[in-house]
Design a protein around this ligand. Structure first.
Ligand code: G
Ligand code: G
Ligand code: MN
Ligand code: NA
Length: 256
């Protein structure tokens, strides 16, 4: 298939790059960490967004190579920020379901971490709630090993997959990311969307009770931010603060 071949060529030619989106402490507008999001800079097609190629990469298995490329670039970027004396903020990387369940995931990740000599505590993996819910025992095993290696883990798109609470409490993770679908409808008047507001409050409460951090995704308006702050979720990510941007641009937001 054409797109698949183009992706292989793109990988060989270094056409994939990372953009970075800040996660903010919304109380004082401090950047706490960043999420890395892959982009494909194609010579003819321009910037291709992950929605266009991640599904095919998953299908074909190219996601394994792509995932390695993402982790290598993340390590290189962290090292570069470190050597230029910039404050080191943790970087979150998305792991897709197929990547997460690949048999030699841990060896592959460890190989790259050792090659680049980056502290594992600077890297967080985001896995979707639905990926975390398939093959429960295997998931717990993989997450435990990643945690022992020093990585942080968050559950992405939380609230979309009906996790059993009994299972959730067994998962060795540090944070839940409230899916942006719930945040979206609160854009102007949270009172007009009592169901979304209730779900968000429930997730915040659940996270608190389980001792987990909570991060709201898709924060675009001050009404959303104020609602989240009022209900005990100080950490947010979204266009209100910044779109995902290139490394050079995110650097201008670092405060020494
Ligand atoms: O900005 P956005 O269009 O970047 O991302 C769209 C989707 O692609 C999201 O679901 C996101 O999790 C996924 N995605 C972005 N970057 C990566 C990546 O590096 N690896 C994987 N597996 N998924 C990614
Ligand atoms: O699936 P995941 O949560 O990893 O991907 C995050 C996706 O959400 C990316 O495509 C990213 O570009 C997008 N995104 C980040 N902030 C916002 C926002 O405030 N509004 C919207 N609509 N999308 C956002
Ligand atoms: Mn994510
Ligand atoms: Na998400």
């Amino acid at each position: 298939m054409q797109l698949e071949q183009a992706m292989r060529r793109g990988l060989e030619r270094g056409q994939f790059l990372l953009h970075y989106q800040p996660r903010m402490d919304m109380r004082d507008n401090r950047m706490l960490s960043m999420e890395a999001l892959i982009r494909w800079q194609h010579p003819d097609w321009g910037m291709v967004m992950p929605g266009r190629f991640i599904p095919l990469a998953e299908e074909t298995g190219l996601i394994i190579e792509l995932g390695s490329e993402v982790l290598r670039q993340a390590c290189l970027q962290l090292k570069s920020w470190q050597s230029s004396g910039r404050p080191l903020l943790p970087l979150a990387i998305n792991l897709s379901p197929r990547e997460f369940h690949q048999t030699d995931l841990l060896e592959r990740i460890m190989g790259i971490m050792e090659e680049y000599e980056v502290d594992t505590r600077l890297i967080e993996f985001e896995i979707t709630e639905s990926a975390a819910m398939s093959s429960v025992e295997q998931t717990i095993d993989i997450l435990s090993q990643l945690t022992r290696m020093g990585f942080r883990i968050s559950i992405d798109d939380f609230g979309t997959a009906y996790s059993s609470l009994n299972y959730l409490k067994r998962l060795p993770v540090q944070s839940l990311k409230i899916d942006q679908s719930f945040v979206k409808d609160l854009a102007n008047d949270p009172a007009a969307h009592p169901e979304d507001a209730a779900i968000i409050r429930a997730i915040i409460g659940l996270a608190g009770n389980l001792g987990l951090e909570v991060i709201a995704e898709g924060v675009e308006t001050t009404a959303q931010r104020d609602f989240l702050l009022k209900h005990g979720c100080p950490v947010g990510q979204g266009y209100l603060f910044s779109r995902p941007v290139a490394a050079a641009e995110i650097e201008t937001r670092f405060t020494a």
